[in-house]
Design a binder for this molecule. Structure first.
Ligand code: XLS
Ligand code: CA
Ligand code: CA
Length: 440
């Protein structure tokens, strides 16, 4: 088997004083942070679609990077992709990968042939996993690419398309189970609408829930023990995606009784498209017990679309890892780099620079998040701010001992309460955050 990235060896950890661009400055897989190794805390994953398939094509032009992996035949190319992916994971010390069914193996003439060819590739991957110990973080079905999905998959007005989608998802679940994945993602590619003038929203959402329920039942019946995730995104490709944000998805899951099986796969760029911070989406998931996994990337604040850039903003990675640590760390989830090098970063070496940048940014984020917790000033400020709920009338309210009449009596006796309010001290806290970040 040939080496695809000649001249690039295993990326070493060289520490913060290193100037070697092909070395980690902060990601030291075996270093303990917060009681676990960085490798365990961060659980990095390679995204098969961007890294192995994305060639830089955009609306204005063709690809700039050759991602054919030296093969023109489809099956040979799919296998070469596997070899190249395992070489990347090995050289970057990445333990996991994530995939869409069609990233592994494309569509052929019929669903039967497509499935048979997918089996051949998953056999090939399984053998490589046995040799290397690399793991599948999650799988998903690409039910948004082919023209048959132009009006949606689970939310298509066509029952035939719904049936086709179910068949495709069944196979993608089987592939995920076969590769040992503990996550299965629903990202609603075209599950939304362009105009309500042609849309039966109620039926579409009921049908999506039907498809998800069937998937859970089937997956459990073949022994799948992992989590199901929904990945919220507010828009793109459709004008309105049903899985707008975490709060919207929570309402959907609870309405249809799916909240026991589904958690969130939160993507940074999708959070900002929904006009939320990344931390907000993570906090909503954590507070509601549905934090699952993360698609690690970042958007561009000046652009209104899903740029899927590699994450380098350490302020954001720190606040992200703070939420992850507060959630007790990852269980089945991890940090999947759903990110691509810019179109102009077209050399294969840029794959390595991109991942090193993202992994170092998250390693720094993890260290800072642990420092925020150890430092304790921010957590203490928040605890003190809510201290009135731990005694007196606050405790009575929480204990269910105060009714409206009792609160009225209390307020009448107390009089004006504005004097009891403390400052929110936002600027002081932001400065504490900077102090923690830059006194590392
Ligand atoms: C697209 C999504 C997609 C999902 C998997 O914006 O991020 O890549 O993560 O289908
Ligand atoms: Ca994603
Ligand atoms: Ca995205």
């Amino acid at each position: 088997m040939s080496e695809f990235f000649k001249g690039i060896g295993k990326i070493p950890f060289e520490g913060k004083d290193s100037k070697n661009p092909l070395a980690f400055k902060h990601y030291n897989p075996d270093e303990i942070v917060g009681g676990k190794t960085m490798r365990e805390q961060l659980k990095f994953a390679l995204s098969w679609w961007h890294t192995m398939g994305g060639d830089g094509t955009d609306m204005f032009g063709c690809g700039t990077t050759d991602k054919t992996w030296g093969e023109s035949d489809s099956v040979a190319r799919a296998k070469a992709k596997v070899d190249a992916a395992f070489e990347i994971m090995d050289k970057l010390s990445i333990d996991y990968f994530c995939f869409h069914d069609r990233d592994l193996s494309p569509e052929y003439g019929s669903l039967a042939e497509t499935n048979a060819k997918l089996d051949e590739i998953t056999d090939y991957i399984k053998a490589k996993q046995a040799e290397t110990g690399k793991k599948c973080l999650w799988g998903t079905a690409k039910c948004f690419d082919h023209p048959r999905f132009m009006h949606g998959a689970g939310t298509s007005p066509s029952a035939d398309v719904f049936a086709f989608s179910a068949a495709q998802i069944k196979k993608a679940v089987e592939a995920t189970v076969k590769l040992g994945g503990n996550g299965y993602v629903f990202w609603g590619g075209r599950e939304g609408y362009e105009t309500l003038l042609n849309t039966n929203m109620g039926l579409e959402q009921d049908n999506m829930a039907r498809l998800m329920k069937m998937t859970v039942e089937y997956a459990r019946s073949i022994g799948y023990k992992g989590d199901f995730y929904i990945e919220p995104k507010p828009k793109e490709p459709t004008k309105h995606q049903y899985d707008f944000d975490t709060a919207t998805v929570l309402g959907f899951l609870r309405k249809y009784g799916l909240d026991k099986d589904f958690k969130m796969n939160i993507e940074a760029n999708h959070a900002t498209l929904a006009q939320h911070t990344f931390q907000h989406e993570l906090r909503v998931a954590r507070e509601n017990g549905v934090f699952g996994s993360i698609d690690a990337n970042q958007g561009d604040t000046l652009l209104g679309w899903d740029t899927d850039q590699f994450p380098t903003n350490v302020y954001e990675t720190a606040l992200c890892m703070y939420e992850v640590l507060k959630a007790g760390g990852f269980t089945n989830g991890g940090l999947n780099f759903d990110a691509k090098a810019r179109r102009g970063s077209f050399e294969l070496e840029d794959i390595f620079h991109s991942y090193i940048a993202g992994m170092d940014a998250f390693a720094l984020g993890l260290k800072i998040a642990q420092k925020m917790i150890d430092d304790g000033r921010i957590d203490k400020f928040v605890a003190d701010r809510y201290a009135s709920w731990t005694t007196g009338i606050g405790k009575d309210i929480i204990d269910g001992k105060a009714d409206m009449a009792a609160l009225e009596k209390y307020a009448l006796e107390k009089g004006e309460v504005v004097d009891s309010l403390g400052s929110g001290r936002q600027e002081m806290l932001e400065n504490i955050m900077n102090d923690i970040m830059f006194s590392l």
